[in-house]
Design a protein around this ligand. Structure first.
Ligand code: SF4
Length: 223
């Protein structure tokens, strides 16, 4: 690569990092309560709740997890469960049949291959049934306080609208955001972008006129 081109790319990257830092600062002010909405109190519960939350609201998940955790107290109890019994408990949650099968299969793998401990590294989490990149990132941060930046539909939409990245797929957005945001802020950034997507920058009707980012957002509507 020519030296001039390298310098231009470095400058562009630095500008994007500054924009990203400014965006996160604004969002910290706007959403001081941003954080997990799923209810859990240990890594096992965090993993179960996060797997259940795919394509379902956190509220729906929170309605089924109290009974779930009462019935399946730990990974051993879940590994011993009948899939049909798990289905019965989570049937009000979207994709419940797949999720029930994944949860029991994941519990058996964790028992056999991880001595019953929820793995705290990205690659091991990603190998579990029902765990994609978003879930692995979310569990890393929420359950273990490790760097993780899960990109769901809100994070993907908001980050691209603002102009932090220009990516077609969530995986590209995740990679780009991880380049722009310091590792220790990944988890916080995930929650801030989700809250902004839910409350202000909604999919169909972004509230640009009242948005804290309207002066720096690439796609702010001007009316
Ligand atoms: S200005 Fe509009 S498009 Fe940009 S982040 Fe705010 S609501 Fe979304």
């Amino acid at each position: 690569m020519k030296v001039e081109r390298k310098i231009t790319l470095t400058l562009q990257h630095t500008e994007k990092q500054k924009l990203t830092a400014a965006v996160l600062n604004c969002l910290r002010q706007a959403h001081p309560d941003a954080g997990p909405r799923l209810h859990f109190s240990n890594p096992y519960q965090a993993l179960v709740a996060t797997i259940l939350s795919a394509q379902t609201t956190d509220e729906q998940v929170n309605r089924v997890t109290p009974l779930f955790f009462k019935k399946y107290l730990d990974i051993k109890a879940l590994a011993d469960a009948e899939v049909s019994h798990v289905e019965e408990i989570i049937k009000s949650v979207g994709l419940f049949r797949n999720k029930a099968a994944h949860l029991v299969a994941a519990a058996r793998i964790i028992l056999d291959e991880h001595k019953g401990e929820i793995p705290d590294d990205f690659d091991s989490l990603l190998k579990l049934p029902g765990v994609g990149r978003k879930t692995a990132n979310v569990v890393l941060f929420n359950a273990f306080g490790k760097p993780g930046l899960g990109v769901d539909t809100h994070v993907h939409r908001v980050a691209n609208r603002i102009g932090l990245c220009s990516e077609k797929h969530p995986e590209g957005t995740e990679k780009r955001l991880k380049e722009l945001i310091p590792e220790q802020e990944w988890g916080e950034a995930h929650h801030l972008l989700i809250f902004h997507g839910r409350r202000v920058c909604q999919a169909r009707k972004p509230e640009c006129t009242s948005c804290t980012l309207r002066e720096i957002c690439k796609n702010a509507c001007k009316s």
